[in-house]
Design a protein around this ligand. Structure first.
Ligand SMILES: [Zn+2]
Length: 160
């Protein structure tokens, strides 16, 4: 069996060669299996070094997963925003905050949406009727009532 010194912990013959092993690549909540990887693994510290061809396949697969994931999120952002009858401008104002072109960048896949925003979009996809509440809450009526309750002496400021 092929073995060599571990470059990480220095153990002599620490790195032992392996063949046709599967590895899982993770990105966000998605993962992909990549088979038939060969390389060396240190029996002492667990350091792994892929053979050149395997390292290249692994790196290509990682890049591809990232691209696929970003495109999928971009398409979802657009589909859900349209389903909610929002312009990109409205979506920024009501849902994401940030720069005026934030949504356009998410939908072009230029930028991955922050996870909490993506979660919110998926939530609204499942419960689109909640948009009525998003509109109401954005107008600040709850906050106004709360403020009036906390500071009744300024109650007049509320009427309009
Ligand atoms: Zn080692």
């Amino acid at each position: 069996m092929k073995a060599k010194q571990c470059f990480s912990c220095g153990t002599h013959d620490g790195l032992q060669h392996f063949d046709s092993r599967s590895f899982t690549i993770d990105f966000k909540q998605m993962s992909r299996e990549i088979d038939d990887i060969s390389g060396y693994e240190c029996r002492v510290c667990g350091e792994i070094e892929f053979d050149d061809a395997s390292a290249e396949r692994y790196s290509e697969a990682s890049d591809q997963l990232l691209i696929d994931c970003r495109q999928l999120m971009a398409a979802e952002m657009k589909r859900i925003r349209r389903k909610l009858h929002l312009t990109q401008k409205d979506a920024v104002k009501l849902l994401s905050g940030g720069g005026h072109n934030a949504f356009s960048r998410y939908e072009r896949g230029e930028l991955a949406p922050p996870q909490p925003l993506f979660t919110l979009m998926l939530l609204l996809d499942r419960h689109p009727h909640l948009m009525a509440e998003v509109h109401a809450l954005s107008e600040g009526s709850d906050l106004k009532q709360l403020l009036a309750a906390c500071h009744p002496e300024h109650e007049t400021a509320l009427t309009r």
